[in-house]
Design a protein around this ligand. Structure first.
Ligand code: C6P
Length: 399
């Protein structure tokens, strides 16, 4: 299936050279259908939702709410009321930290996260720990970039486990099902950060049995500014609202307020209407290709990239987990990753360098930054060859 033609930006040339985009873990490129749907909303039925009774407002509401149904089946939630639209994974996790964490955690309780969390699944829990007096604990990461005996850290004081599904640095896929089942044995809730896994793997939240699952639209070919918080209905019902105002109310008087039902209780203010509708189109596009095809293509690119990058002289690849996704972090001895990225940029090759918003993990590996190449369904092995040539050229200049 030739899908590259669907992506306007990867077909652009710069100084006659193609753009080689290898930073999809940061954000993916968007197919034309997603771009068109955004433009259609603004040019054909732009109106606020859940309010107006004129026809374009009704169409906007219908299109917006229809995406909730598509997300429900995309991750196999039991009910559409379990799907809350946020502006991204970061907001989804913060929502849980404020509305569940601050309400239910207290001194003596333990919040368990891992050393490989993205800051978005670390900082909110540091803040909650400070606020509630709960203790924040970490499951360590071993040299291969895998969690070291994760079940050993779950005990009767554990009240919440928040774990990254696929690492944005090492690519490691964590055994979330095993962690969830052990956590439930001690009565703890589990949040899975699916920002990196959802674009690549079929997700079934009922099968996984997580209490919360989060992901971002922009990492799966949708627009920026939209994400999802999935929560089990009974857990969401126990929580207080995160933000106040707009659609989250039922009744307001001078001195009292009652809240709307799920999912709107957690969707304050005018929502990200265009972005949600764009996410719906991205889900349709993914379903058309098929997540199994996307996964297989990712496997092929990952294997090829691992083989080619490991042949570079003096290279260190971070993370060698058995089970991993198509993202690869590395450093070349004596070369600063920022210099490498700058020289690659001159060849129109886009990779990410820095701490990847996972400073505790990089510290654990004894580094402050790395280069990272990440791949998605529109990438090719030829682009990996161009990356390798680009790296060789950069190394010859920098050495
Ligand atoms: N990682 C990366 O280049 P937002 O920004 O809210 O859409 O997603 C945050 C986030 C949370 N968890 C994981 C595992 C992530 O990878 C990210 C975003 C990007 O790795 C930007 S730092």
């Amino acid at each position: 299936m030739d899908i590259r033609k669907d992506f306007p930006l990867i077909n652009q040339t710069f100084d006659g050279k193609p753009l080689v985009y290898l930073d999809s873990a940061a954000t993916t490129q968007k197919p034309q259908v997603v771009i068109d749907v955004l433009s259609e909303y603004y040019s054909e039925y732009n109106a606020n939702i859940h309010r107006g009774i004129y026809h374009i407002a009704e169409k906007a509401t219908l299109e917006f709410e229809a995406v909730r149904d598509r997300v429900t089946s995309f991750i196999n939630a039991e009910d559409r009321t379990e799907i809350i639209f946020t502006k991204g994974t970061t907001e989804s996790i913060n929502l849980v930290a404020y509305s569940w964490g601050r309400k239910f955690l207290k001194s003596g309780d333990e919040i368990l996260i891992t050393e490989m969390e993205h800051h978005s699944n670390n900082v909110p829990w540091q803040l909650v720990a400070k606020f509630t007096g709960a203790t924040l604990k970490y499951i360590p990461v071993n040299e291969d970039g895998e969690l070291e005996n994760p079940l050993q850290y779950i005990n009767k004081n554990t009240k919440l486990v928040a774990v990254i599904h696929q690492s944005n640095v090492l690519g490691t896929l964590n055994p979330v099902e095993t962690i969830i089942s052990r956590a439930h044995e001690v009565g703890a809730k589990v949040l899975v950060d699916g920002a990196q896994s959802t674009p690549h793997l079929p997700i079934d939240v009922q099968d996984m049995d997580c209490d919360f699952f989060t992901f971002s639209g922009h990492k799966m070919m949708g627009p920026t500014g939209v994400g999802v918080l999935y929560g089990k209905q009974e857990v969401l019902n126990e929580m207080d609202p995160f933000l106040g105002g707009g659609e989250m109310i039922k009744d307001v008087s001078m001195d009292a307020v009652s809240f709307n039902e799920l999912p709107w209780k957690f969707e304050a203010g005018t929502p990200n209407i265009a972005q949600v509708i764009g996410l719906g189109s991205a889900i349709d596009y993914i379903n058309k290709i098929g997540l199994n095809t996307i996964y297989q293509h990712g496997e092929l690119l990952k294997e090829y990239a691992l083989e080619r990058i490991s042949q570079i002289d003096n290279v260190t690849i971070y993370g060698h987990a058995q089970d991993r996704g198509p993202v690869l972090s590395f450093n070349i001895e004596g070369i600063h990753p920022h210099d490498l990225a700058q020289l690659l940029d001159q060849q129109h090759i886009c990779i990410r360098v820095g701490h990847h918003c996972a400073q505790p993990l990089l510290t654990k590996f004894g580094i402050t930054s790395s280069a990272r190449a990440s791949f998605y369904v529109y990438n090719t092995t030829e682009e990996i060859d161009i990356l390798i040539q680009g790296i060789e050229k950069a190394v010859s200049i920098l050495k």
